[in-house]
Write a protein that binds this ligand. Structure first.
Ligand code: BGC
Length: 521
């Protein structure tokens, strides 16, 4: 029986090709799509702690917070309209990622990115100019539509463009730009909150126009991926493009495989219904479970609400925003570690190490909060060292996420789907991610109020489950060309029961240079 995460390695295919400046440049521009997502994740938490913003749109929360200085800290922000402001975006993103699947498949990855950028621009302008809560929510929904398009298309674009040996690193460019977006949003909140007259939140929300313009203009200058061009019948152009991207003339082997994958995908009329076929069971399971687990790490409790959380554990408003900047910086730096390691150490190692690190920190944070806040949420005077310790544990937790589930939650799904279901399966991935991002955003403040310190244990439980899942069920995908991915299922101890040779390209035969079969996988 093959090893738990193992693959047969002696018949690996190697396509020639370099990491050309051309491919680097296109991937950097495309990865900017993550900026709009990240900016948004980071901006809402800070804005909702700005007193002028709360007074204007959520007066009841504002009054409760003012009146509630010394009583139950766990519940001061518990308001359904306030969470609706944060989470409405993710509902919209969920819906649009489904539409984006068709656009991405029929019209190319680029056009989806363009739509994403334009919708996001509109949302940012409405939010910056908001006069009532409904404008805030409409604006956030437009931002959400934009994000649905971008998150559907950018990871696919990156994985298809990249030479397979560098696919992990280039794809994580997307996550890196998400984390940069979050950090920039945290820094801007810190400064804008200080603006006299209390209109800084308008700059915070309206500032989203900048990343939106970057991806809009970027998508106009980017080339489409060869995979997508072949899929849309532009074979000749696709080959020339592939030669340009790889920086060599001899791209025949890779090109032929792309064409074969595209032919296979043409047989498929209903990509959605198709996903239910037995041979796609591993893909479907991953498309659902990976984003589910990513959100159940609890990361967005920190990303959305860290200023709120830090205020709850005793920081002043200013210090709370500053601590969010600190966690944001750790998030960016740790993502760089992942870029360095993902194609060297592999996906499974990062998942398992990151999971263990997160688990330990969640337990430590629970102990800290339980010790001081108890069940009544009334901490008395909190010493400074205590708050610093909590921030430190939270930083180590964020680092664990940032080199494991953060980037890999987008990378792994984008590299495992065969072309014929790629777009549809990626939509499922984005939708599930958004449903659970929504759920966590929507219930977190209420959960904090009721579960109190137990909240962190809730997420810690899921971290244990997901690590066990990775250990037994996630095969290693490092260094395998995308169109060859079928073999990792075929050789996996569990998934092999769903995937047979007939389901693989060329019936599972390894093809040699001359187009003759060499051996059976
Ligand atoms: C997740 C987001 C999260 C972010 C944090 C992303 O991969 O999808 O939900 O907020 O990482 O860096």
């Amino acid at each position: 029986m093959p090893a738990v995460g193992g693959i047969v390695s002696d018949n690996k295919k190697e396509y020639p090709g370099n990491l050309t400046p051309f491919v680097m440049a296109t991937c950097i521009v495309a990865a900017m799509g993550g900026l709009i997502f990240g900016y948004d994740i980071g901006i809402s938490g800070g804005v909702t702690t700005m007193p002028s913003f709360l007074r204007k749109f959520f007066p009841s929360v504002y009054r409760k917070k003012e009146a509630n200085q010394s009583t139950n800290q766990y519940c001061q922000y518990d308001s359904q309209t306030l969470t609706m402001f944060t989470s409405s975006l993710y509902l919209a993103a969920l819906l649009s990622s489904i539409v984006a699947s068709t656009v991405t498949r029929k019209f190319g990855r680029r056009l989806s990115m363009l739509f994403g950028g334009i919708l996001f621009c509109a949302g940012a302008i409405i939010n910056g100019a908001a006069k009532a809560v409904w404008m805030l929510i409409v604006g956030r929904m437009l931002l959400g539509f934009g994000i649905g398009f971008a998150n559907q298309s950018v990871p696919l674009y990156l994985s298809e463009m990249a030479p397979y040996k560098y696919r992990g690193a280039l794809n994580i460019g997307f996550q890196l730009s998400i984390t940069i977006g979050i950090l920039v949003a945290n820094i801007l909140n810190y400064f804008f909150a200080k603006i006299k007259g209390g209109w800084g939140w308008r700059l915070s929300l309206g500032g989203a126009v900048v990343p939106a313009l970057i991806i809009t203009i970027g998508s106009l200058v980017l080339p489409d991926t060869p995979n997508s061009m072949i899929e849309r019948g532009q074979k000749e152009e696709a080959k020339t493009k592939l030669q340009r991207i790889r920086g060599i003339d001899d791209v025949d082997e890779e090109f032929d495989d792309l064409v074969a994958a595209s032919e296979a995908s043409k047989q498929v009329e209903h990509p959605w219904r198709n996903l239910l076929q037995r041979k796609y069971r591993p893909h479907l399971s991953m498309a659902i479970l990976i984003p589910f687990f990513q959100q159940l790490t609890g990361i967005n409790v920190i990303m959305f609400y860290s200023p709120v959380l830090f205020e709850t554990i005793g920081f002043k408003n200013d210090a709370a925003l500053m601590s969010a900047v600190v966690t944001g910086t750790v998030n960016v730096v740790a993502t760089l570690v992942s870029i360095y390691g993902v194609d060297r150490w592999g996906r499974r190692f990062l998942f398992l190490e990151g999971g263990t690190q997160m688990l330990i920190c969640q337990i430590l944070v629970t102990i800290c909060i339980a010790a001081k806040f108890g069940v009544d949420g009334n901490p008395g005077d909190l010493p400074k060292w205590y708050a610093i310790l909590v921030v430190l544990f939270i930083c180590i937790y964020v680092a664990g996420f940032a080199w494991s589930w953060g980037p890999l939650g987008w990378l792994v799904p984008s590299e495992i789907f065969p072309l014929e279901i790629r777009s549809a399966a990626q939509s499922i991935n984005v939708s599930v991610n958004m449903i659970f991002t929504f759920a966590v955003a929507q219930v977190f403040l209420t959960m904090l109020c009721h579960l109190k310190f137990g909240l962190f244990i809730f997420f810690a439980f899921f971290v244990v489950v997901m690590s066990i899942f990775v250990y037994f069920f996630l095969p290693e995908t490092k260094g395998i060309p995308i169109e060859e991915m079928g073999r990792v299922w075929k050789t996996h101890w569990y998934w092999s029961r769903f995937v047979t040779n007939v389901d693989l390209p060329y019936g599972g035969l390894e093809m040699g240079k001359n187009g003759q079969p060499v051996k059976q996988i």
